[in-house]
Structures are given as C-alpha cells and as structure tokens.
Design a protein around this ligand. Structure first.
Ligand code: HEC
Length: 199
C-alpha cells in the first residue's frame, strides 16, 4: 500500500515537472491559425459553457425581454421599440465588427480571432437571455469577447439582449432598414445639436 502511494506520488511529481518543462519550452503554438488540439478545445469550451450557465442561473430576466425571447410580445409596444432601438444602436457600434449581423460579414479583425466570434443569430436562438446578458456584461477571458460592465449599465446591457432577441428573426433587409432609420435619427440629432449651438 505504502509502495503504491509512493509510486503515485513520484508519477504526479514527474508529470508536473514535464508540464513545467513543456510550458517553459515555447513549443505550444499560440497562433490563432493553429487550432487547439481536441482535448484542449473540449476543456476550454466546456469550462466556458458551464461557467456561463452557472453564473447566469440566478439572473432575473426583465419581463419585456422574456416576452421578446419567448416570442409572446404581442406586436412590440412603444417601450419595447425604444429598448430595441437602443440595443441596435449599441450593437451596430460595438458588436458587428466581430460578430457580423444579418447580411453583414465579420470584419477583417473579427475573422482573425480564435476562437471565432459566433453568429449571434444562432446564439440568441440557442441560449436563454440571462446567459446572453452575463456574457455581454462580463466578457470571456482570453477569447477577445470584451466585458461591457465597466462602461455600460445593466439596463443598457438588457437593451442589447432585447435587440439580440429581435435580431434572431431579422432578414438582411430588416437589419439594413434599422441601420437606415438609425442614421437618419443620428443626423437629425446632430442637426438639432448644431442648430442649438448657433443660437
Ligand atoms: C473584439 C471582438 C468582439 C467584440 C467587439 C464583441 N464580441 Fe462577443 N464574442 C467574441 C468572441 C471571440 C466570442 C466567443 C467567446 C468564446 O468562445 O467563449 C464572443 C461571444 C459572445 C457571446 C456568447 C455567444 C455564444 O454562443 O456563446 C455573446 C452573447 C456575445 N459575444 C455578444 C456580444 C455583444 C452583444 C457585443 C457588443 C456589445 C459583442 N459580443 C462584442 C468577440 C467579440
């Protein structure tokens, strides 16, 4: 029995030494062009999926976001529409570069990331709103996905989630129409500000 324990202990120490030698050697390729080997990929993605699930489970989803997610929002109310418009504004500014949108490819920077930023139309169909909220708020270490908690309030982040729930059913034409409406709104605001300055 004592001998078995000694053998196990020596084996563990030897493995740790090998691990340190490997880490120090620089042999592992950190290039984004070199996909992680299967077992490592499994460790990273399973750790990440379960971490999000665990941390998001207690988050209470606002009623209007829940209704949008379940498709029970009977034609968007004016408050839904303003929330979705606010979410679109953030999305179009900060997320399209990496994730793309209906009818819009990921930018060159987005294409160069590893792991690849997922198509959020698919994510919004697959994940509950509290998981989307948690990831947008906290980000995901070592992936390129930023956490927006430092710069955005919870209500702004819920607006982004509301928009994602809307985007999952959008055509490229729908997205382009929102972009157009947003630009003309932006111009209107700018004109208002400018004319304000003149007085
Ligand atoms: C610099 C690139 C980058 C930007 C900008 C970015 N993301 Fe991400 N995002 C990623 C990457 C990479 C992942 C994948 C992380 C992983 O593999 O765990 C990700 C994952 C996500 C996920 C999880 C999806 C899933 O299926 O698990 C959500 C939700 C998300 N991002 C939303 C957003 C939103 C909303 C914005 C804008 C406010 C945004 N992201 C901006 C790179 C980015």
């Amino acid at each position: 029995m004592k001998k078995t324990i000694a053998i196990i202990a020596v084996t563990i120490v030897a493995e740790l030494i090998l691990l340190v030698i490997f880490v120090q050697s620089g042999l592992y390729n950190v290039s984004t062009l070199s996909p992680d080997p299967g077992p490592l990929k499994w460790i990273f993605s399973t750790t990440s999926d379960n971490s999000v699930k665990h941390h998001a489970q207690a988050i209470v989803v606002p009623q209007e976001v829940k209704a949008l997610s379940e498709g029970t929002a009977s034609n968007d109310s004016p408050s839904d529409s303003s929330m979705i418009a606010e979410g679109f504004d953030h999305y179009n500014d900060m997320c399209v570069t990496c994730h793309g949108a209906p009818g819009i490819d990921r930018s060159e920077a987005g294409q160069g990331l590893y792991p690849q930023p997922p198509d959020l139309v698919k994510s919004a169909k697959e994940l509950p709103p509290q998981n989307l909220f948690w990831v947008i708020k906290n980000g995901v270490k070592s992936t390129g996905m930023p956490g927006f908690a430092k710069t955005h309030s919870d209500s702004k982040i819920w607006a982004m989630v509301a928009f994602l729930e809307k985007m999952k059913n959008m055509t490229p034409q729908d997205y382009a129409a929102m972009e157009k409406a947003n630009t003309s709104m932006g111009n209107m605001n700018m004109n208002m500000k400018m004319s304000h300055h003149e007085h």
